[in-house]
Design a protein around this ligand. Structure first.
Ligand code: ZN
Length: 399
């Protein structure tokens, strides 16, 4: 058995390169993506049926054992690297288990879309600008724009709707992750994520939602509506190219912001994403901005791991916008439209987003001072928050 489940306590880094497969190689890549999708869906179906009908839990290994029989019925699967097929079953099993463990969604059946990917869990080599993986004997031309540091663990080959091909190589450089720095108020920062401004921090920094994104989004909307009417191939390609451009720009910006925040602070406090609020926004621009949040939080988390920093999340039920960060009074009348409000108790004027980011920091630090403490209602909050102002806790160390 060659299936690996990686544990992320080692220093693992992934490197992404553009690859330039020949025409037959492109076809084989697409075949691989189709086969792993087929096996993934079949395995998910088997797992569901086994549970629904017999209340039994099929493990990944149980399903993998059936692969040789499956290949007899579907001989085209033999053209693919069998380890990639096995890995796709493991991935399905992980997604299934994650659903029962926590807030993840139930795994979905994979549909055929304009993009695809497959894992190669073993036998990945890079030599003389060529990527060597099983079933691709001649090697695939690769643009090695940077050197790989460490031992190759696994790789993922993917293609985009604009017909570009990539490989993402995961490496272990043998170093252990740095020790986590202590969570101290003076080196912690709270971040409020928003639509108008991408992020506002508790020390008053603002990160704008770059304008070029909004410009392209208008165009993108135009292409998408045109495509829904005429179904033209050229329109589809243009929309895909533009979408990719926007996605890259956004990713670039997210890297810049997350690098800065992780670089300058020891602890970053954020809110768990508000999925319900995201669904309320019908506007395309907004939903694209929202999609960036998930990626941003992921970036913060893995970068924090690399550099021994902390990311502390607070629950969505915490009233971060409605609480006055100066005195702790909860303003229940606050609506989404109010950008600024006056606290009735201490009469301070509060900027909605800045106030929220300060509260996020306070709530997160409080969570670390008394972990496991669950607030039953909002009425309990003011006193606690009042005590936990940043000034009062500059020397607080915990963890
Ligand atoms: Zn107040």
């Amino acid at each position: 058995m060659s299936v690996k489940v990686l544990k992320f306590n080692q220093m693992l880094k992934s490197y992404k390169y553009r690859i330039y497969p020949t025409k037959p190689q492109r076809e084989l890549i697409r075949k691989h993506c189709g086969c792993v999708r087929f096996v993934y869906n079949l395995a998910l179906e088997a797992k569901k049926v086994a549970y629904d009908s017999y209340k039994s839990n099929l493990t990944a290994y149980d399903i993998i054992k059936q692969l040789p029989d499956l290949k007899e019925g579907a001989p085209w699967l033999k053209e693919c690297n069998s380890q990639s097929l096995q890995q796709s079953i493991v991935n399905m099993d992980t997604a299934y288990t994650n659903f029962f463990k926590g807030p993840s969604r139930f795994p979905k059946f994979k549909k055929k879309t304009g993009k695809g990917s497959f894992n190669i869990p073993q036998n990945v080599k890079v030599k003389d600008g060529k990527l060597s993986i099983p079933k691709f004997k001649e090697g695939i031309k690769t643009n090695m724009h940077r050197c790989i540091d460490g031992v190759i663990k696994q790789a993922t080959v993917s293609y985009t709707p604009t017909d570009k091909y990539f490989v993402s190589i995961l490496c272990d450089n043998g170093k252990a992750l740095p020790a986590q720095s202590p969570i101290i108020s003076s080196t912690a920062i709270g971040i409020d994520l928003g639509i108008k401004n991408f992020a506002i921090t508790s020390n008053g920094q603002t990160f704008a939602n770059p304008k070029y994104l909004r410009k392209s989004e208008k165009k993108l909307k135009y292409y998408q509506s045109k495509f829904s009417r005429y179904k033209g191939k050229r329109t589809k390609h243009r929309a895909a190219t533009l979408y990719e451009y926007v996605a890259n720009q956004r990713k670039d910006n997210l890297h810049k912001v997350s690098n800065k925040l992780i670089g300058e602070n020891q602890t970053v406090c954020i809110e768990t994403l508000k999925v319900n609020n995201m669904l309320k926004n019908h506007c395309l621009a907004k939903s694209i901005g929202d999609a960036g949040w998930g990626m941003f939080v992921e970036m913060l988390e893995y970068k924090a791991n690399w550099y021994g920093k902390n990311v502390v999340k607070i629950g969505t039920f915490e009233p971060s916008s409605k609480t006055c960060s100066k005195c702790g009074q909860v303003n229940k009348e606050l609506t989404l439209k109010d950008r600024e409000w006056d606290c009735k108790v201490c009469s301070s004027t509060l900027d909605r987003d800045l106030n929220a980011s300060i509260n996020i920091k306070n709530f997160a630090l409080k969570k670390h001072v008394c972990p496991g403490r669950i607030l039953k209602n909002q009425g309990e909050l003011p006193a606690l928050v009042g005590v936990l102002t940043p000034e009062a806790h500059t020397s607080l160390v915990c963890g």
